[in-house]
Design a protein around this ligand. Sequence first.
Ligand code: ATP
Ligand code: MG
Length: 392
Amino acid sequence: MHVILIKYAEIHLKGLNRPFFERQLVKQIQRALAPLPARTLREQGRMYVYDVPEGDVAQAVDKLTTVFGIHAICPALVVEKDWPAIRGAAIQALRETEGDGPQTFKVFARRADKTFPMTSEQICRELGHDLLEACPWLRVDVKKPAISVQVEVRLDRAFLYTKEVAGRGGMPVGCNGKAMLLISGGIDSPVAGYLMAKRGVSLAAVHFFSFPYTSERARDKVVELTRLVAKYAGEIELFLVPFTEIQRAIYEKCPPTETTVLMRRLMMKIAERVANRCGAQVLVTGEAIGQVASQTIESLTVTNDACTLPVLRPLICFDKEEIVDLAKSIGTFQTSILPFEDCCTVFVPQHPVTKPKLERLRSSEALVDFEPMIEEALLGTIIEKISQTVCG
Ligand code: ATP
Ligand code: MG
């Protein structure tokens, strides 16, 4: 019988909270593997995924590399806890490597069941000897083996595996609260969402669109980006907020150099209300210090003043190049660079202030009664539940 053995990342460190972290990890594993049949069991600091059809194991391992909280993924054989069975299974597995030509190996053994008649050391020595005899194309290399033959003797059975795929690390989504991601169609915000999810934070997202200045296709692009983040973060409730009236009012009634910062303040105000409605405890943006005029320390301070929820900016000290590399590695980059307009780019001022003064910005904002417009925008908000499986 085969199984996928999962080694956790940091969560074994969490003491009394451990069962909670483990439950979140089970949920995330099941989510990532759906619709494949899979049954995840927890046992002594490990997780085992049973019932994945043999032909789907490679695909399942691939899906598990999107789950945060996993240190390593090992497709394994379940073997009876008995020396001839372990030995037989190991020889059979290693015989399959004959076609790959001469190779090196090393046996690693662990024994949770101390009543098992052989020590770990004995298992290593005996199995190494027997494998050499049965597979003459193999050689032992204790320093840098090509094949690591791992034997784990547990309480009621043993496991054998030779392949260990690196997991994504981080913590299971769902174990560290919920954030509202402000998602644009750009490169940065999907990466910011990904990094929050990596620390176990579940996500909702809000996007502001300015139809007809921004097109239907620009909106589809944001939905697609959200779906790409949902591959790692699980289901994301996406709030699409009509922003045209507010942008028009800022553009027509407020000082032209301040439009960007004012727009960002209004986005924060609305995002905060949406967050409060769906239980998100913080706002998240893709901003980085100095990237553009609205991302100087002064501008960020003025933006923060518009809301009371904390604003987290996981990319704050990232260079653009580092963000681009991450976007490529998680698969959002190609969608982010599709050439559709964003509401920020449509109304961008020629010479934006780079060091806005809080008091001045507050009084510019007071030139317009935004409250009814905010309410109108919230009423017109469209909500979509985005998950990888629903959208294909
Ligand atoms: P890029 O910088 O690659 O164009 P970006 O997503 O960082 O992409 P910016 O214009 O730099 O876009 O905006 C800074 C941040 O403000 C974004 O990371 C995002 O969190 C938020 N933001 C910008 N435009 C929108 C929008 N239309 N809807 C929701 N959030 C937005
Ligand atoms: Mg940016």
